[in-house]
Design a binder for this molecule. Sequence first.
Ligand SMILES: Cc1ncc(COP(=O)(O)O)c(C=O)c1O
Length: 401
Amino acid sequence: MDTQTQESVQLFDKCRNFTKAREIQAAGLYPYFKPISDSEDTTVVIEGQKRIMLGSNNYLGLTHHPKVLEAASRALSRYGSGCTGSRFLNGTLDLHGQLESALAAFLGKEDCLVFSTGYQANLGLISGLIGRGDLVYLDKLDHASIVDGAKMSYGDTMRFNHGDLASLERMIERTRNSRGAMIVVDGVYSMEGDIANVPELVRIAKRHGTALALDDAHSIGVLGPNGEGTAAHFGMTDEVDLIAGTFSKSLASIGGFVAGSESVIHYLKHHSRPLIFTASLPPANTAGVLAALEVIKTEPHRRERLWANTHRLHAGLRGLGYNIGETETPIVPVLIGPLETTLVFWRRLFDAGVFTNPVAPPAVPPSQCRLRTSLMATHTADQIDFCIEQFGKIGRELGVI
Ligand SMILES: Cc1ncc(COP(=O)(O)O)c(C=O)c1O
């Protein structure tokens, strides 16, 4: 299509009129889509310079673990570069089955189903189970994939204020009317780092006969006696009906899963469009995740290091006077304030050699922009202290602390 024709297409007016990102680019403050040209675990090269990665979800530092790399490379040679089909048809490997059994055993559930991304796992879980006439209850800070799964379903969605479980219970009393219903929440909230109140959620779910599903994207490998996630952290694995999660964080790859009872997983296998109508997880990723799961089980010191690093950063930032909210986990949001100050702060940290992720509206209110930082087991104490020092220096210069 030539330019003249494009300009006559009314639909594209919004694209031509979208200038905000270009203004931020022109000011040299654009923080998104920064290409990484090299990665050594906790350090990455961006724009030719080494920087500490303080914004990844690679919590246990397994993306470069020799066992993970070796398993992925063996699978690549044996099965090829892709499955070229759906799990439902030609795209299921023996590796997928092995991973599903290993995850079900690890999580303490009867069965498990592997999806091609964590995003699709939530879409598939919610749209697969919630049909016409059913109801799904979501926390207002649930991840976008949960919200989109609810939108994709034919059921009704109700959203309660973050963590306000008294209001959730009143909402259920008002609306459920013996319909099929499920509560879906993040186990650990991805932008705030706080942990869901699973004991109270279980009490409400049991009392009102609703299913309870946790999205453990940020909890697998992090919480629980062996990294099994949020339900295990509270000793309530049997009381939580479904656990969803992703392979793109502690498990160092891409992909996702839903674990639960045999009959629910069997039903999802035959009713979940985001499983059936997309190609399956590639061999190298599947084998890499199997190896990463083994490392989680056999190298508990990584989780211990992650928590030591987490406490070091929490204490350092709180000591400087920063507001890091209610976080209890390796996700550490640093409240900066208005968008412009946040982007300037982000740029100053970037130039000093520290990579963080700015969180801007509509994800947060305009006056509460923040820099989302996150820790890895493999960060050294020196790296963390350097980041804290930079936060102190820049925060004082910009008048944030
Ligand atoms: C809470 C939560 N759920 C689901 C997802 C989606 O996972 P993935 O990126 O692996 O598709 C994410 C990732 O950003 C997440 O933070």
